[in-house]
Design a protein around this ligand. Sequence first.
Ligand code: CA
Length: 222
Amino acid sequence: MTVASPRLLLVEDDRALAELLSRVLTEEGHAVTLAEDGQRALHLALTGHWDLLVVDRGLPALEGLDLIGRLRGRGVAAPILVLSARGTTQDRVDGLDAGAEDYLTKPFEVAELLARLRALLRRHAGGSRTVRLPGGELDVAARRVHRSTEDDVDLSDRECRLLGVLASRPRQVFTRRELLVQVFGDAESESIVDTYVHYCRRKLGRQVISTVRGLGYRLGPT
Ligand code: CA
């Protein structure tokens, strides 16, 4: 399946680079919308429908990898390519663990960016996003965990978002505060995080989320 005019959200605060990329991406056939800071990008990404996101890592208001973690936690499934001046192996690993599909280090050749975006669109055409969990795979759109040895499990929206955020950075310990903000919004108390961790464990087994005493929660067994 080819997408006639992919809707692309470009998140880049460098005005000159943003203008250059907007022009070449539009020439390539993308319908480009530009966000110049992380908060604006978060709003646009959550309220619109996108086929691709290109996200600069160093952004005002909300850093690029935090932005991606929040989007993945809320079920935004579009493929994301990160642009960054930081190009060590660890930087790339951090970007991919945050939920990006691809990572390109600045400076880059425009032709390579375009080729990588075409590859992302091909891989994601018609597909739905799945998240790897201990003992199974979470289909975010269907809110269902497919397990290899047991029956599938259906999740509520909040259970799905909680697991999505934890799985967006599988090795990271999240504080209850971070999970409250990313999954439930600021309005409620941190105890709701414990409640939903309990619900997820009841459905999927204790090993799905571990408690890191004094710090918070992390995906997977202790
Ligand atoms: Ca930047």
